[in-house]
Design a protein around this ligand. Structure first.
Ligand SMILES: CC(C)(COP(=O)(O)OP(=O)(O)OC[C@H]1O[C@@H](n2cnc3c(N)ncnc32)[C@H](O)[C@@H]1O)[C@@H](O)C(=O)NCCC(=O)NCCS
Ligand SMILES: Nc1ncnc2c1ncn2[C@@H]1O[C@H](COP(=O)(O)OP(=O)(O)OP(=O)(O)O)[C@@H](O)[C@H]1O
Length: 302
């Protein structure tokens, strides 16, 4: 199957998308995200953000360990294309957990990419499914297939207290109605489609610098994404603080004005001091970069 894939410079090139292309694109998305600097509270080339147990090298090892799994997700999506999408979701759990396990092996037990594995496992499966169904490989269609696979996942996994105790994600949902990574996937990455991709495309077109476009997109994600990582670390107060600070910076022009990069560095220092890390927004930034390589296509209602 031949599709138009857009490079960083947004030059459309015609390629044949195979499993190894998906592995390569996911690995690049994770590396582009972690190396982007300065990211407030997150691991980057400037520092390890608010994380005492991980660094850039751990992210590199983790990326190398999880990228090959994307082929398995892709093949699984391809070979189960005739099955009901919610059945596919059930089948994804064992390889999803095995991939998490490989990540933990590579990082000596540190969670570098749990959220990212969830998002990219679903995206790789959706791409395999779309190719098997001979449908168009477009952003909105890929997200629509993710949404269908994840239908009812929030209600099923976050509303019930299994064995009488709620998970961390379950607590966030019960106390604050925040559905985290599952909610974003069930909505077909709504925050990415409606906030992040439009900002990324606009800034890239206006200034032609991918790094600036990514940093400005990260600020938008931090301003509007209900990141449960921040709630885990700083409660609702921590989430509100990061959203308000990111909104303030955006009002001043974000990284696109003079002094914008220095302001990001200051926010980085602030988040480190408060032990806050917007890991969910970092995951969605990588998803944005990944999806930007596909044509948008028409919108599908849920
Ligand atoms: C859903 C997962 C991520 C469970 O995690 P948890 O209960 O801790 O959920 P929670 O939403 O709190 O956060 C997990 C991670 O998601 C990311 N995240 C947090 N908030 C958001 C958000 N709003 N949007 C996107 N990502 C987010 C962060 O990186 C965070 O560390 C996942 O580990 C899981 O269910 N694994 C089982 C394997 C599986 O079913 N895989 C199938 C697809 S591969
Ligand atoms: N550059 C990055 N720096 C830090 N976290 C990131 C980065 N990119 C993505 N993340 C996401 O952030 C999550 C890790 O955050 P965190 O360490 O707060 O989670 P945790 O293991 O649940 O918490 P804790 O460290 O308090 O036990 C991962 O799931 C990962 O997907």
């Amino acid at each position: 199957m031949s599709v138009n894939v857009v490079t960083e410079r947004h030059t459309p090139v015609s390629v044949t998308l195979k499993a190894e292309d998906v592995i390569g694109l996911v690995a690049r998305a994770l590396r582009v995200e972690v190396r982007l600097t300065p990211k407030p509270g997150l691991v980057d080339t400037r520092n390890s953000g608010a994380h005492r147990d991980m660094d850039l090298a751990a992210f590199e090892r983790s990326t190398a360990a999880i990228a090959p799994w994307m082929e398995k997700f892709f093949i699984m999506g391809h070979s189960t294309a005739k099955l009901d999408p919610q059945t596919v979701m059930v089948m994804l759990r064992p390889p999803g957990l095995a991939c998490e396990n490989d990540m933990l092996q590579a990082t000596s037990g540190v969670n570098t990419h749990r959220g990212a594995i969830f998002a990219f496992g679903l995206l790789s499966t959706a791409i395999g499914r779309i190719l098997a169904l001979e449908e168009a490989l477009e952003q909105n269609r890929i997200c629509d297939h993710v949404a269908r696979m994840c239908q009812h996942i929030v209600a099923r996994e976050l509303s019930s207290d299994k064995d009488g105790k709620l998970s961390k994600g379950g607590m966030h949902f019960l106390h604050y109605g925040l559905a985290g990574a599952r909610g974003e996937a069930e909505s077909g990455f709504r925050t990415v489609r409606t906030q992040a991709l439009p900002v990324y495309n606009r800034v890239l077109q206006e200034c032609g610098e991918a790094n600036l476009a990514l940093l400005q997109t990260l600020l938008h994600l931090m301003a509007w994404n209900d990141d449960t990582n921040l709630v885990s670390r700083g409660g609702l107060e921590g989430l509100n603080y990061v959203q308000q600070e990111a909104q303030k910076l955006l009002w001043q022009g974000g990284v696109l004005v003079e002094g914008g990069i220095e302001a990001m560095q200051q926010l980085d220092d602030e988040l480190i001091a408060r032990n806050l890390s917007p890991g969910g927004s970092a995951d969605l930034l990588a998803v944005t970069w990944f999806l930007s390589h596909f044509p948008s296509g028409p919108f599908y209602s849920e």
